[in-house]
Design a protein around this ligand. Structure first.
Ligand SMILES: [Zn+2]
Length: 398
């Protein structure tokens, strides 16, 4: 690498096509563009074509963590024996809430943010469990303060049962707090709540009023549910323009043929991005008391084929919902490859942890063509498969 006052030149580079951006240049072979990468301050980087080399280093933009739970992470060691389905995890985690002092949250959230940074994330969205009243919980403030000291773009998404938001006054107050918060996102979790239609409508109306992004945990079960369909209907009816990210949708795997096609068509029209969370889905879904025979991951392949933006993310890390895990989108993609049969060529799936994720969060995409050096990562990996496998580390360019 050679660096001058105004530019950086990296010799013998490969850039995955999906992350290159228009007119980067280079020599196309397979899934990558090859060349010497000139990074310039005015945002018009160029790849000067060269003969594709098996020893070229990969360059990509930094990663995006679109869905995690920093308020819960790293609590596993004090929970006692855990292991069960989603309701059991919710119950086990609720018992830990008494330990969520400001100091405890600062310690655990700092650890989670550090891990995300070490995994080369540039942006992160964490859900934060909302309390019983309309005031933001301590964790909301703690993450907000830590975000000020972080070089990550941090978003905070409110998480509570959608039936609570069916109370219009409550929803209005919560939305006001979120609108006043840096990086605030409105949302909730949607299962078979009795008042879910009203709750979804209220949330979307408030998001329109305040210009807020939306994020739902929806249909996190293999039982038949209608949450995702209701959200899409409401978005279309109320003319919300997004962005909206819906996580889980595990039970979409129950659908096939025309019913699946109709739901996917609705998602496309409503502009909904779908986030799969492979660690938590594999751990919590399909429990039979023995070895699981269902995977719990939504229909990523069908969604992607139809043009619905798909996202993969880390979700829970070392808590009742996932006793292992890591804040690492590349690891989430690796598990998604195995759990959802995301077959090669792998260039197709890289946006799920980069620009699909950013756009679903309401952020602009970052392409190598227009990225600053500080937004780029480099790896000795000689293929995208090696990169996803974690065989060769990523490092920051600046
Ligand atoms: Zn989650």
């Amino acid at each position: 690498m050679s660096a001058g006052a105004a530019s950086v030149i990296l010799k013998n580079i490969a850039v995955p096509v999906s992350l290159a951006g228009p007119d980067l240049g280079g020599t196309l072979q397979g899934q990558c563009l090859y060349g010497d990468l000139h990074i310039v301050p005015d945002g018009s980087n160029r790849l000067i074509p060269c003969e594709p080399s098996p020893h070229a280093k990969l360059v990509i933009p930094h990663l995006t963590e679109a869905h995690c739970h920093l308020d819960k992470c790293h609590s596993i060691n004090r929970l006692g024996p855990v292991g069960g389905d989603l309701p059991q995890a919710i119950e086990a985690q609720a018992k830990d809430r008494k330990n969520w002092t400001k100091t405890d949250l600062q310690t655990r959230i700092t650890k989670g943010l550090r891990e995300a940074r070490a995994s080369h994330c540039g942006a992160i969205r964490s859900h934060i469990d909302w309390g019983e009243d309309a005031q933001p919980p301590i964790a909301w403030h703690v993450l907000g303060e830590l975000a000020n000291d972080s070089d990550l773009t941090v978003q905070r998404s409110a998480l509570m049962g959608i039936d609570k938001l069916a109370d219009s006054d409550f929803c209005t107050q919560v939305a006001l707090h979120i609108a006043r918060s840096q990086g605030g996102v409105l949302g909730g979790f949607v299962l078979a709540h009795r008042n879910r239609v009203m709750g979804i409508d209220n949330v979307i109306k408030q998001a329109i009023h305040h210009g807020l992004p939306l994020d739902f945990h929806v249909d996190e079960t293999l039982e038949d549910m209608d949450g995702l369909s209701l959200i899409a209907d409401a978005i279309l009816r109320l003319d919300y323009k997004g962005p909206v990210l819906c996580g889980h949708a595990c039970n979409m795997t129950n659908l096939s043929g025309d019913p699946l096609a109709r739901l996917i068509d609705k998602l496309l029209k409503a502009g909904i991005s779908i986030c799969a969370l492979p660690t938590t889905n594999l751990y919590l879904q399909g429990r039979t008391g023995g070895t699981p025979d269902r995977r719990g991951i939504t229909r990523l392949r069908e969604l992607d084929t139809a043009g619905v933006p798909i996202v993969l993310a880390s979700d829970n890390v070392a808590d009742a919902f996932c006793p292992t895990g890591q804040h690492d989108p590349m690891a989430a993609l690796h598990l998604g490859v195995l759990g959802a049969h995301l077959d090669p060529p792998f260039d197709r799936w890289l946006p799920s942890i980069t620009n699909n994720a950013r756009r679903a969060m309401g952020l602009d995409g970052i392409f190598v063509k227009t990225a600053k050096a500080s937004e780029l990562l480099i790896s000795d990996a000689t293929s995208i498969a090696d990169l996803i496998s974690g065989r060769d580390a990523l490092t920051s360019l600046a």
